[in-house]
Design a protein around this ligand. Structure first.
Ligand SMILES: [Zn+2]
Ligand SMILES: [Zn+2]
Length: 377
């Protein structure tokens, strides 16, 4: 009976002697990967999710697992096998009957259909923190990550060298099964052989039939000028190796730009706040400030500038990511009132105050005029 060939251990990608912890973590990995929330509208993922849940339901329970090891699926099939050995009622398995119906469906077959390509390896994420200067200039860096690589022993086939594969009994070597969904019969990749149509006879010991093993790897990462927090750099094919020789996934570098002590950033615009003395504010001046590229930028402070005024230096900002030119540098003026005056300076300011008529500061004069108008006197 072909239906008994489906293997719970293979579904969860664990060995037959795996302990509870291994089974649990394997199940969680699969559940995360195939969860319907993560794969909306993907019938194959949903079927895998259900199949893995069914496998876990059995393997997590020592009694059910023992029954499964002894009798295989016959232990849990409804009808035909007379309720199964070991005294398990149907109620013990939740909706397993349902799931099996979905997996085994009605008739198999539908010959001649192309076999499904093996799945590709998982994408990986690597978070990289860089300075604003590095974001400005771009950089090349090397990262060390643990990535699954094609197994050398079996060359990714997953089979012990010298042994081969045999046709999958569940799907008859076609790689697809038919299943009932509501009123419809749908065809989808065989969950036993993952659509390959064949299963490995003697799994490679080095990789447990996976065709890949985890290995530390050094990868060169090119960070282009202009990146910002949130920029993702994709390194095609640098993710996990695919199972049994399937194509690898991608590696994504997530960039985080550290805060700078002088410049803040909005897109390609750099912003800095510069405190100036009240004499500079009153008389005007030209300031030289270095931009991130190390270039000196002249900022002309017009006489009579007020606190909060923003001065724009064209092209003094960040480079445009994968484009040309640079954003602007914005200098925000903060007038600083002196707090440590010498005796002589105080006297000079007293003399200055004696000359004030009120016309020097039209804004405050206007304010006091309005105050007078409002309250009389
Ligand atoms: Zn191997
Ligand atoms: Zn199959």
């Amino acid at each position: 009976m072909s239906a008994t060939e489906i293997d719970f251990y293979e579904l969860l990608e664990v060995s037959r002697d795996a302990d509870d912890r291994t089974i649990k973590s394997a199940y969680r990995k699969m559940a995360m990967k195939y969860h319907p929330d993560r794969n909306p509208g993907d019938a194959e993922a949903e079927a895998q999710f259900k199949a893995c849940s069914a496998a876990y339901e059995v393997l997590k329970d020592p009694q059910k697992r023992a029954a499964y090891d002894r009798y295989g699926h016959a232990a849990f099939q409804q009808g035909g096998m007379g309720g199964g050995p070991g005294g398990f009622g149907q109620g013990d398995f939740g909706d397993i009957g349902d799931i099996f119906e979905t997996i085994f469906g009605s008739a198999f077959g539908g010959g001649g259909a192309a076999r499904q390509q093996p799945r590709r390896g998982a994408d990986l994420r690597y978070d990289m923190e860089i300075t604003l200067e590095e974001a400005f200039h771009g950089k090349t860096s090397q990262i060390e990550i643990e990535v699954s690589q094609t197994c050398d022993t079996c060359n990714g086939s997953g089979a012990t060298p010298g042994t081969g594969t045999r046709g999958c009994n569940l799907c008859g070597g076609i790689g697809k099964v038919r299943a009932k969904q509501g009123f419809f019969v749908v065809e989808r990749p065989c969950p036993n052989c993952h659509g390959r149509g064949e299963v490995i006879e003697d799994p490679c010991k080095a990789c447990r039939g996976e065709g890949r093993v985890d290995m530390p790897q050094t990868i060169d990462v090119e960070i282009p000028p202009g990146v910002d927090t949130g920029t993702r750099i994709r390194l095609s094919g640098k993710g996990e190796a695919g199972p049994r020789g399937a194509p690898p996934g991608d590696l994504y570098i997530f960039v985080h730009v550290r805060q700078h002590s002088v410049y803040s950033r909005e897109g390609t615009t750099l912003i800095t706040r510069i405190p100036i003395s009240f004499t500079t504010a009153a008389l005007g001046d030209t300031l030289e400030i270095p931009d991130l590229g190390g270039e000196s930028r002249s900022v002309k402070i017009p006489a009579g500038i007020q606190s909060g005024k923003q001065l724009r230096v064209r092209g003094g900002g960040m480079p445009v990511l994968q484009g040309r030119g640079r954003g602007d540098l914005v200098v925000e003026i903060a007038v600083e009132t002196p707090t440590r005056l010498s005796k002589e300076q105080k006297e000079l300011l007293e003399q200055f105050r004696a000359t004030e008529t009120g016309d020097e500061c039209p804004e405050s004069r206007g304010f006091f005029d309005r105050l007078k108008e409002a309250f009389g006197g």
